[in-house]
Design a protein around this ligand. Structure first.
Ligand code: ZN
Length: 495
């Protein structure tokens, strides 16, 4: 679950992939449980009333918890057409001195007896690539050896897996010696688990409904993203934790928007969202280079709460980051920024002793990924290049005519008695005995530390599409979920 504040955006931009999943039911989706059960040696099913089948075949009920592991081997197959596990087990008791086990196969229950436990006059079979054993206290009770994966569900509809709980069914997907659990789940049930993993349940219902529709749209558009399953359970797709984060409010938001998705030109949109925009979103093209008609940046007056952040970098740190990227521009001496009409950074240019390099798009955030603080939280920041090397002290303050002292906001310059104006330093010096100076002409001066690049930012996330904190602000002002979605996604229909 994302923590209550400033959640990392989960939905990321990706290309539309054709639906490759093999979901058997029209309204089901396959979620790869990568956070806890991806390529693991075994999977524990913790439930005392489970049903096991091969694919969508006949279900067999068991009143026990099991540990499931891959099984490989060569067996005699005693295929006498047993109708139940109990019947197969009873017949097995006749093979005294042989090592055997009941096996669920495509044609029903059989008995498998290990070929190394004695000679028998039966068909020899090698277990298939989907074969798994169900064990209790380390001893296999039965194996499932079918042409499709084993599927497990609980009679009450909620199955325990490790320490987690999931609605509907679990497919046990085997790859060699490892297993991956895949939740085969009704789409709306899946959204019950997503909604409050992505947004706090205490937020206004209309904000949660907007989130539910965005999450549903993302789900529909990205089916098949992972090949064997549709979506993963991590922030790579949408954060999902089974029933753990389900709440009545979240379920009401999902139910209140049942089946609704966002369309542009009659096609599902890429419903990207993120935590907080700090006052403005940006075009999808500004982040990812692809012009997307419904992902248009705009000033956002609705977002009332946003994370504010500051990062500082010395020039040697900036130089090291540029070297790590292989820019080959020598020692960086200044940094320049450009901004769009809403004040969001559009490019950074590093001017070095041997050349310069300009970066744009979402690469601006990730440029800093190798620094101690990692990538930037957002693109919505002001850059101060700290080019005040001749001043003394860390900060310069300006007094205005009302004698209010404030940190000055941009590059400091001064004017001499002949009316010449220029940057402080060399022929233009200002003196101060304390940490402030008075400038008769009221020129503005630099804020920040000399020789330090300071980034003063707002917001959290990629700034494209819906701001979750903005949705919260709009809902609190009385807007409905479709108003919210139509504000953040330009020119769309909800249907
Ligand atoms: Zn994913």
């Amino acid at each position: 679950m994302k923590k209550l504040k400033y959640m990392v955006s989960s939905a990321i931009m990706c290309c539309f992939l054709s639906y490759m999943g093999v979901t058997a039911y029209a309204n089901n989706i396959k979620i790869g449980l990568e956070k806890g059960f991806k390529n693991v040696a075994s999977i524990s099913v913790n439930d005392n009333d489970i049903n096991v089948s091969i694919g969508n075949g006949k279900k067999y009920n068991f009143k026990s918890s099991y540990v499931i592991k891959p099984i490989s081997g060569t067996y005699y197959k005693i295929d006498e057409g047993f109708s139940s596990f109990d019947e197969a087990k009873k017949r097995l008791s006749a093979f005294v001195g042989y090592s055997g086990i009941p096996a669920l196969t495509d044609s029903g229950w059989a008995i498998y007896i290990r070929t190394d436990s004695g000679k028998l006059n039966y068909q020899v079979v090698n277990t298939g690539g989907n074969c798994v054993g169900f064990s209790v206290n380390g001893v296999n009770d039965f194996i499932v050896d079918g042409s499709n994966c084993a599927i497990v569900n609980a009679s009450d509809g909620i199955i325990g897996l490790g320490s987690s709980f999931y609605r509907d069914s679990i497919e046990i997907y085997r790859s060699g010696s490892t297993l991956t659990a895949i939740n085969l789940i009704d789409e709306e049930n899946y959204l019950y688990g997503v909604i409050n993993s992505e947004m706090p349940s205490s937020w206004s219902l209309e904000a949660q409904k907007a989130q539910a529709v965005a999450a549903r749209t993302y789900m529909q558009r990205n089916k098949g993203k992972h090949g064997h399953y549709d979506l993963c359970d991590g922030v790579h797709c949408q954060d999902y934790n089974g029933i753990k984060n389900e709440t009545e409010n979240g379920k009401a938001a999902v139910n209140g928007t049942k089946g609704l998705c966002i369309y542009y030109d009659d096609k599902l949109i890429e419903a990207v969202y993120f935590s907080s925009d700090g006052g403005a979103t940006i075009d999808g093209e500004e982040a990812w280079g692809t012009d997307t008609p419904y992902l248009k940046g705009k000033a956002d007056k609705y977002e009332k709460e946003c994370k504010e952040w500051t990062r500082e970098f010395t020039y040697s740190e900036i130089t090291n980051l540029c070297e790590a990227k292989g820019y080959g521009i020598g020692n960086v001496v200044t940094v320049d920024a450009t901004y769009n009409n809403n004040g969001v950074i559009t490019s950074l240019t590093f001017n070095g002793s041997k050349g310069k390099k300009t970066i744009e798009g979402d690469g601006i955030r990730s440029f800093f990924s190798k620094s101690s603080g990692g990538s930037l939280l957002s693109r919505n920041f002001k850059l101060n290049s700290g080019q005040t090397s001749t001043t003394v002290g860390n900060k310069i303050y300006v007094l205005n005519s009302a004698n209010v002292t404030k940190l000055a906001a941009s590059q400091l310059s001064a004017q001499n008695k002949d009316g010449q104006k220029g940057p402080l330093g060399n022929s233009f010096m200002a003196e101060s005995k304390v940490e402030s100076i008075r400038l008769e002409k009221g020129e503005t001066i630099v804020e920040g530390k000399p020789g330090v690049v300071t980034l003063i930012g707002k917001g959290y996330g990629h700034n494209v599409g819906m701001s979750q904190y903005g949705a919260k602000g709009m809902a609190e002002e009385g807007y409905k979920f479709d108003d919210i979605l139509k504000f953040y996604y330009t020119g769309v229909e909800i249907k």
